[in-house]
Design a binder for this molecule. Sequence first.
Ligand code: IMP
Ligand code: MG
Length: 183
Amino acid sequence: MLPEDVASELDRVLLTEAEIKDRLRVIARQIEADYAGRDLLLIAVLKGAVMVMADLARELQRSVEVDFMAVSSYGASTHSSGVVRIVKDLDIDLAGRNVLIVEDIIDSGLTLDWLKSNLLSRNPASLEICALLRKPDAAKVDIDAKYVGFEIPNEFVVGYGLDYAERYRNLRSIAVLAPHVYS
Ligand code: IMP
Ligand code: MG
């Protein structure tokens, strides 16, 4: 779906499909260099990170393994509760593996803070984070992400996997939602 398909529900487009693709290509080259000669396991957090995972994994010019985990910290709300629950756990054992968490967005950082300590307890050889978006002004905990696509203002965004009440995930761009949609 394109921004014009839901124009009245969006305030403005923040990042176009082409801008996202270009940035992921640059990040993919960095990941290839950083993990040269080492195995790599990408872990995406469902559902928001599906588009980043699909595009980043295909951009990589090497073989990787992928696995998915679902955690929940949001209802149909626009603010993080900080309460995280595993909805679907990983299939792959992380012991001795080089793990890269692929995330859609670091907002408060509470979800990734929890996820990072959960995954570290499974003894991976290394654990890093790749997040497409980060809202620096929303941070409640400091998350050390090795790869960040874009820093964005502290506004609620949708598209490219990100939802509001499960909608707009299939929008090709990333856009600021019009306040009338959630107020
Ligand atoms: P946290 O606040 O960093 O814990 O973010 C938790 C999750 O909330 C993210 O992984 C997203 O799925 C979701 N989220 C945070 N900010 C936004 C947003 O602006 N739009 C849509 N989802 C968001
Ligand atoms: Mg998410």
